[in-house]
Design a protein around this ligand. Structure first.
Ligand code: PMP
Length: 747
């Protein structure tokens, strides 16, 4: 850029030209004895109509004196400020005034300053309301929140699968929550990029705005959302900062309830758009620093955002402007209705029950606005509302949902993929809809195959709620309300400690199985006994039992309802820990991430025995939607490498729990593996008897700290840890910290 141009066209004696950072144009700072301007040079002539419109807008805005904007500088003897270069690209430039002041990015964000930011933004919007230009109205910009969908093409540029899932989650929420209300949001021209680099500050007040290059016609609340998104970056309490902006804005223009209800998702949407652009830009320019500077902060805020309940955020936003939030759901009313319609055996976890309204990944949001860290629910295996799973279900539901009496590739695709996770001889699958139905079917298969009836079960085992499943569940038939052991059931004790032929458990086991005078149909057990209190089986235990059972003609069933799909970290299926191969495997819970799908996997021989002329049909088992969902769950497990993640986080948790055990003598055993752990509570170093009361106290205290766990085991003295597999190291740290505080205060 040479000084002569400015002399010739603008009549200016320029003393210095320096380069400024720019996006979309090349920018130069032009200074002279009594002026300071910015020259913007555009190489793309297609932009010209838009830049002319922007110049008109800046002239219009400069009439307003409550904030400054750059003003176009006209050329000598002309009202025109656009300079054409007449080169092969028909490039052009324009001169605008340089605004003095500090950038909002570089000053401390006091409450007063953020209030002033909101107020100035509202004033800018009030003025913009009276400007219209066909070129601006017609433009479509992917940075505009209403065009979140235009950014879908960048999702695949995000390399980290968990980051990509986060963006997809907020995209899904935008489509679910914002879009249906879109027509009701008031719209007008907005700046659309009031980020902290484009806002000027003077004496703790916002003094002006620059860079009107993104001006669009969009919902007004998007303007607020964009301002909030950038101010919230790197803040300890993002909601507080946002509230200051809202208050300032509202003092000029009242924000509507619906707008404030949408704001949480709009902020997330803008952050997602920003990280999408960073990912795309990085892909195209792997070495450049520009544009990606705020990327780290944006990702951090997005992950933090997930831990803030959208219900809480909306409540706070509305409260800050004096809108009263009315809760439409009353916990006591729902509790009463529940007792009217259901019998007491349908229990609630806490005496003060929690009403859950929404959930995302490892977080559950209650109707009061609290966020709970979910360390208990293993059914949403890959995370609550995981977008890959939700989308798979939505798409398939909209296309076809039919049953196995027809041919459809989804069934075979899923069966093939699921069976590929098993050894070669486990090559037949049956789809049903619950762990219980799978247990029931597994028992039928075993009995048809062996023509025997007797079943060997494990002490404290649980396999489901159907009659047949209860009959093989010591945890049910042997406890309150149970009918006791049927005569065809043979129990083996739950082994603890080392397993060897000298161990009394081994002796009892041999004797139990030897003493069965009929042939055995099956042996059923979990590889880590969940209801027994997360008890892992000693090394080589299963290989001994399997041998014995097979000698008696029986088949061996592994119940992987809780332990399957990589949760144990070291292995994909729990039986692999014992280096055995079962004859029948039962799958459930995590398989559909909450969608009711389960399966029985077995050998050709056993499946053939079942081909006795009677049709096997399950109305819902293996339906098209279930298969699509099951497939999506496997996609997420593989893409997000959740098995290794479970191993790493599980090992980290165990290590820290072992440290706690050394400090607190009420912790008996820490056991399990991966993200399937148990913490046993006992009465003290000299009295190892179960401390049910303490376990219960800790469970309830953790709830007070917004952490969900459960208790189990024959004495209910074991805290169970089995969170959604996206559970993070930060989550583990929070859990350990909270547990430590509770144990310290318990004395
Ligand atoms: N087996 C085991 C080991 C289980 O934990 C459960 C459920 N808790 C079942 C079977 C029964 O599964 P469902 O509740 O899906 O019928």
């Amino acid at each position: 850029m040479n000084k002569e141009i400015f002399k010739e066209h603008y009549g200016l004696s320029v003393s210095d030209i320096s380069t400024l950072e720019g996006y979309g144009s090349k920018n130069y700072k032009i200074s002279g004895p009594s002026f300071l301007y910015v020259f913007k040079w555009y190489e793309d002539s297609n932009e010209r109509a838009l830049i002319e419109a922007e110049n008109e807008l800046l002239c219009f805005l400069s009439e307003e004196n409550s904030f400054d904007v750059p003003v176009p500088i006209h050329m000598k003897d002309s009202k025109n400020s656009m300079l054409s270069f007449n080169d092969e690209h028909e490039s052009f430039g324009r001169l605008i005034s340089f605004l003095d002041g500090e950038f909002l990015k570089n000053v401390e964000h006091t409450e007063e300053l953020l209030f002033s930011f909101g107020r100035s933004l509202a004033r800018l919007n009030l003025k913009l309301k009276h400007f219209n230009h066909p070129v601006i109205l017609a433009r479509q910009l992917d940075w505009d929140i209403q065009n979140f969908c235009l950014n879908e093409k960048y999702f695949n540029d995000i390399n980290c699968p968990s980051q990509k899932a986060l963006v997809e989650y907020f995209y899904l929420q935008y489509n679910e929550v914002v879009l249906p209300n879109f027509h009701q949001l008031r719209k007008q021209l907005i700046h659309c990029d009031a980020n902290t680099d484009n806002v000027l500050v003077d004496k703790n007040k916002v003094s002006g705005f620059i860079d009107f290059g993104d001006i669009v016609y969009s919902p007004l609340i998007n303007e607020v959302a964009i301002a909030c998104a950038y101010v919230a970056l790197d803040k300890k309490s993002p909601i507080e900062s946002i509230i200051s902006i809202i208050k300032g804005y509202h003092s000029v223009t009242e924000l509507q309830e619906l707008e404030l209800d949408m704001l949480y998702y709009l902020i997330a949407a803008r952050l997602c758009i920003s990280v999408c652009h960073s990912a795309h830009f990085k892909k195209l320019n792997p070495d450049s620093q520009y544009i990606t500077t705020s990327e780290k902060s944006a990702w951090e805020l997005l992950f933090k955002w997930l831990a803030i309940s959208p219900i809480y955020a909306a409540q706070q936003f509305k409260k800050s402007v004096g809108l009263h939030t009315v809760s439409h759901t009353s916990i006591s009313r729902e509790t009463d209705r529940r007792s009217a319609y259901f019998c007491k055996s349908l229990s609630l976890t806490y005496s003060q029950p929690i009403m859950i309204e929404k959930a995302a990944f490892q977080y559950m949001y209650d109707s009061c606005g609290n966020t709970y860290l979910d360390i208990y629910n293993n059914i949403p295996h890959v995370g609550h509302s995981h977008p890959t799973v939700v989308k798979a279900g939505q798409r398939q539901m909209a296309k076809l949902n039919t049953n196995t009496r027809y041919l459809y590739p989804e069934l075979n695709n899923y069966a093939e993929r699921l069976l590929s996770k098993f050894p070669i001889n486990l090559n037949k699958v049956f789809f049903v809809n619950s762990g219980s139905a799978a247990t029931d079917l597994a028992l039928r298969l075993a009995r048809v195959h062996t023509k025997a009836k007797d079943i060997v079960v494990m002490e404290h085992g649980y396999h489901g709620n159907t009659q047949a499943a209860v009959n093989v569940s010591h945890y049910k038939y042997n406890r309150k309300g149970g009918e006791g052991k049927k005569n065809y059931i043979h129990e083996i004790p739950l082994p603890k400690g080392d397993y060897s032929s000298h161990n009394p458990v081994h002796q009892t086991l041999m004797q139990t199985i030897d003493a069965i005078d009929s042939t055995v149909a099956a042996f059923i057990c979990e590889p880590v006994v969940g209801c027994g209190g997360q008890v892992p089986l000693p090394k080589s235990f299963l290989s001994h039992v399997y041998q014995q059972v097979r000698k008696k003609g029986g088949v061996c069933i592994s119940d992987e309802v809780q332990t399957g799909f990589g949760r144990l970290g070291d292995v994909f299926w729990g039986y692999e820990l014992q280096e055995v191969v079962p004859d029948i495997v039962i799958l459930g819970k995590p398989m559909g991430n909450g969608h009711p799908i389960s399966a029985v996997v077995t050998t050709t021989e056993i499946a053939e025995s079942f081909e006795n002329g009677m049709e096997f049909f399950s109305s819902f088992g293996g339906n098209t939607v279930s298969c699509a969902i099951g497939n999506a769950v496997l996609d997420v497990i593989e893409n997000e490498e959740l098995q290794i993640h479970a191993k790493n986080i599980g090992d980290y948790l165990r290590e820290n729990l072992e440290k706690l055990k050394k400090r607190f003598t009420h912790i008996g055993e820490v056991r399990g593996s991966g993200l399937f752990l148990g913490i046993e509570f006992i009465n003290g170093p000299k009295n190892h008897s179960p401390n049910t009361q303490l376990a219960n106290h800790i469970k309830n205290q953790l709830k007070e700290k917004f952490i969900l766990v459960g208790t189990d085991g024959p004495y209910d003295n074991v805290i169970k840890i089995k969170p959604p597999m996206c559970f993070s190291k930060e989550n583990a740290d929070l859990f350990i910290k909270s547990l430590t505080e509770i144990l310290e205060s318990t004395g």
